[in-house]
Write a protein that binds this ligand. Sequence first.
Ligand code: COA
Length: 180
Amino acid sequence: MAEVAESDSTQSAKTKKQAVKIREMTIDDLGDVFHLGEHLFEARKAPNTYRAWDEYEVADLFYSDTEYCLVAEHEGEIVGFALGTTINKNRSAWKYGYLLWLGVLPEYQRSGIAERLFYRFKSIMLHDGVRILVVDTEADNRPAIKFFQRQGFANPQEHVYLTMNLDQERQRMKKRDQGN
Ligand SMILES: CC(C)(COP(=O)(O)OP(=O)(O)OC[C@H]1O[C@@H](n2cnc3c(N)ncnc32)[C@H](O)[C@@H]1OP(=O)(O)O)[C@@H](O)C(=O)NCCC(=O)NCCS
């Protein structure tokens, strides 16, 4: 019985994988990508460090880095996405590629969709002269870490992320400026 269930799920994962199309994101996908990310990242609060998932993040990336925004589509539904950017450092010949957001609808996970998104993302980056790819995620996001290691990312480094609330200082500054 267990064997039948396993082969059924393997079969359905394979079928999904074959039918899913990886393509460039278009303006019509903005809303769907945002809602899928909201669903995925809400559960984890903040899957990567200093960036927040909101509609501006998706729209900004889409408009500034359209070529690095990919989606996975199955029967008209957006089931995954990969959004990134590139960074050129001053006085450095190295161009960095940064995969900022990667997500797959839970029912479609473990069927190779993120792998296909990443493969396409990487080939676009290679084509554009990127020499180092960077990703970041929370230290306890085991699926993501396993996934990135499987793709060949190495040398994971933990770093501490601190925040400072400038609100009171800002209010004081505002009052001071109004007094002048
Ligand atoms: C991380 C994530 C994108 C992986 O997507 P996916 O489509 O399920 O990944 P794939 O099916 O392509 O996995 C490829 C390989 O990665 C590894 N992997 C992926 N998910 C894993 C998990 N939950 N546990 C262990 N290994 C995992 C496996 O080696 C897997 O190969 P296998 O299924 O043959 O064992 C998905 O879990 C997700 O959307 N997570 C929530 C959002 C998030 O945290 N994104 C990352 C930070 S922005």
